[in-house]
Design a protein around this ligand. Sequence first.
Ligand code: SAJ
Length: 479
Amino acid sequence: MARGLAEAFEKRGPIRTIGVVGMGYVGIPAAALFADVPQYQKVYGFQRDSATSGYKIAMLNCGESPLGGDEPCLAALIKKVVAAGKFSCTADFSRISSCDAVTIAIQTPFRDPGDLLPDFSALHEGIRLTGRHLSEGTLVVLESTVTPGTTAGTARRILEEESGMVAGEDFGLAHAPERVMVGRLIRNLQEHDRIIGGIDDTSTMRACDLYSPILVQGRIIPMSATAAEVEKTAENTFRDLQIAAANQLALYCEAMGVNFYDVRKGIASLKEEGVTRAILWPGAGVGGHCLTKDTYHLERGAKVLGGNLDWPGGERSLFLTARAINDFMPTHMLHLTHDGLARAGKEMKGSKVAILGWAFIADSDDARNTPSEVYRDLVVSEGAEVSVHDPWVEEYPGVAISSDLERVITGADAVAVFTGHREYRALDPGSLKRWAGVEHPVIVDGRNVVDPDSFIRYGWVYKGIGRGDKNGHAVVGCR
Ligand code: SAJ
């Protein structure tokens, strides 16, 4: 048994064989990039042969990417490293015993969006399987976004229980949070700076050795494992906070009768060394699987780890207030719809509302935690009929989505734009009014994609987030 971790790593020698647990949108590109590094001899992709994702094993071993969407360079890279015999996918976790380093990239979704608690079961299963086959001198790296304290806490405990070894002595343990975005997976892994935090300095250094060869442009920012967990959850919490600040200001601009976008232009113009204002964009809400959960990871970490947190008891944190502001925006869209229908002499009950955009983000088919669903439920609960259009999202449980804009708009008393898809920047007020077939249809622009005046001229009732300068306009043709 090696005396100390440095000795264990030295005995094992340089990293040559790598295991990547979890063949998802984080694990697959990472495995392919590791396999393309000359000094790494073999990379195993570990994937449970489950009913839902076992198919990935055969696909990857044929050199094909199981990931949808457009991921530049990924398919070619997988084909190359599989053909070269440097990468293979397996459900045989016992091969972990031959790995000098193992990364674990298993997602941590909500158990139930209602309780905002993460479901760590799949991640714990991956850690347990890794621990069961762990050998001395191996480095284990968690890449999943986790509640601060997980790496040095639960993950360490499971690995030690399963392996019978001691973290920081017999094997290394670190956290290197993923920072990849769909559509830019390979580029992000090569170019983004990489946060790397070990449970001790020796683990941190070994993890830096592991990732350095795949960083083409990014540099490594070393820190402790817990600091790395706080960094990851905080980088998304801060983005959510910036969006919330824009949303709060947009609500104020509407109330004060000014155009948010004029104000934003002014604020963004204040740029000099160390004086910038990173003002983002207001919108119909914040969806996705990152910003909607990472604040809660950070908050839980502060409670679990922050034993002596100096904060007034019961007071909601700034970060949770930001979450509440962003989660209010679909309701604000409902209020704008109410106001618009009232100006057209109608009420929600019995009206037809067309929702444009189901994806949570522009020009994507990703609909996870979409704000459109919150709005749809509110509108339906008030007795309106709903139709949904999205040119990217083909299906989603419990909702009929059409790519036929005319069909979705036909008979609509109100049209609510929820996603900034490029298609919606060219909506023609004349055609849409004809399809709607009503004298004063309502347009509620949740992503600032339409020109208010062009719709108002055609007799539309316009409402837009942040458009305090237009939301009270005179309705053309209204006696
Ligand atoms: N949104 C706004 N206003 C904005 C920006 C976004 O309302 O100014 C909304 C979007 O409509 C969407 C949600 O927020 O509903 C999230 O948008 P996002 O651009 O943050 O996209 P995500 O959720 O995919 O965030 C990911 C994160 N990346 C990782 O966690 C690895 C985030 O850290 C990145 O900053 C972000 O991508 C990015 O910049 O693309």
